[in-house]
Ligand binder design. Structure first.
Ligand code: ADP
Ligand code: GN1
Ligand code: MG
Length: 356
């Protein structure tokens, strides 16, 4: 299977207008959705991706979003992904699957965990700045690549359906995890409701703001480029803030099996909030500010229920490396979400101190 994929990827790379002779192709990165390869030629390096068409069926719409947003950012002198066209001039190639190529952004690092407060604060600054930039982008131009992406009540309904179906008969081994999500059944609707009643504004958001979707300069530690534009869509600032906290304000990686290492860190929360709100303080509304701690909890719970639903469904959505990978991920999210509940007041205090 792996061999076959490598063969497929070599075939795909020949369709793109890349410079030099191919020297090496190898799997790359820690993304859960697309299949990513690092391509080396005798001239330069590239990223090749087999796009996940099960998750993103509308490849045309998706690539229109990617091209539109990257052109817009480049026009504003922001370093960003460069889509390498096919030899025919298209933004992606459709053969055995859909494939795209980006220039490899050299001399950068993407972290699987916030290794210091400074790194995390810098990512907050960069995501805040990015959101401010996207404010000038016409939302009408965007295709909704995954409808209801952060509609948590809908995600909860999907979770319950997976639980009901229990196609792999895995429910019995995760009753404790299941009950965390069932016990919070009434808590998932606040942001969807606030967007509907207009008390929270709809903005153009990234929607997948985890720390490994930002590339930091290997020398200076400054953010160089935000990547993974597949889910740029209209949404709430609370999704982007919350998802960054979910992934980065943890003392461990997302798939740490030893839960004694997994804690929600208020210090990392403060670092990120400082960076993010430093950029957004002039445009954040009072209601958004009030909901930031809830957004962090909600994105963590939502991601946890998505991992658990996928575990129950037989690991059909997120890439996994071993049998209970999704269950391990769901457990870290539950641990973090529980600790956030206990530290909600502290999070509010931090936000107030930063915004005062
Ligand atoms: P997924 O949707 O599967 O998460 P990403 O587009 O986020 O895929 O890519 C996976 C990983 O590959 C990223 O986390 C990053 O480490 C690396 N990566 C992606 N694009 C580039 C690029 N242009 N330059 C350098 N690294 C990249
Ligand atoms: C996926 O594509 P990637 O790995 O950056 C997922 C996010 C989850 C994240 C959990 C399109 O992000 O929604 O929060 O995994 N992306 C999609 O790590 O579902
Ligand atoms: Mg990614």
């Amino acid at each position: 299977m792996a061999e076959n994929n490598l063969e497929q990827s070599k075939n795909a790379i020949g369709k793109f207008a890349i410079e030099g002779n191919l020297l090496d192709v190898r799997p790359y990165g820690e993304g859960h959705i697309n299949t990513t390869y690092l391509i080396t030629t005798d001239r330069k390096r590239y990223i090749l991706q087999k796009m996940n068409t099960r998750v993103f069926p509308d490849s045309d719409g998706l690539m229109r979003n990617v091209c539109g947003v990257t052109e817009y950012l480049r026009a504003h002198d922001m370093e960003t992904l460069r889509v390498v066209p096919t030899r025919k001039g298209d933004s992606y190639w459709k053969g055995d699957g859909c494939w795209r190529v980006y220039d490899f952004i050299e001399d950068t690092v993407s972290y699987q965990k916030a290794e210091s407060q400074d790194i995390f604060a810098e990512s907050g600054r960069a995501f805040g700045e990015f959101m401010k930039f996207l404010d000038g982008y016409d939302a009408e131009k965007l295709t909704e690549t995954i409808p209801d992406f952060h509609n948590t009540p809908k995600r909860f309904a999907d979770f319950k359906a997976a639980l009901q179906a229990d196609v792999c008969q895995r429910r019995a081994e995760c009753e404790r995890e299941v009950s965390y999500f069932l016990d919070h059944a009434e808590d998932y609707g606040k942001i969807v409701k606030a967007l509907q009643d207009g008390s929270v504004p709809l903005r153009v958001t990234h929607n997948d703001t985890k720390l490994n979707n930002i590339l930091m300069d290997a020398q200076t530690g400054k953010a160089r480029a935000i990547i993974d534009f597949d889910t740029i869509m209209p949404g709430s600032m609370l999704y982007d803030f919350g998802d960054s906290i979910r992934f980065g304000a943890s003392t461990a990686v997302e798939d740490e099996r030893d839960l004694s290492k997994v804690h929600f860190s208020p210090e990392l929360f403060r670092a990120y909030a400082n960076g993010f709100l430093g950029e957004m303080r002039d445009c954040i509304t009072p209601r958004e500010a009030e909901l930031l701690p809830y957004g962090a909890w909600l994105m963590t719970a939502e991601c946890g229920m998505r991992f658990l639903a996928d575990y129950l469904s037989g690991d059909v959505y997120f890439a996994t490396k071993y049998a209970d990978h999704n269950l391990v991920r769901a457990r870290t999210q539950i641990r973090l979400a529980s600790e956030m509940e206990a530290k909600e007041e502290e999070m509010h205090r931090i936000v107030s101190e930063i915004l005062k």
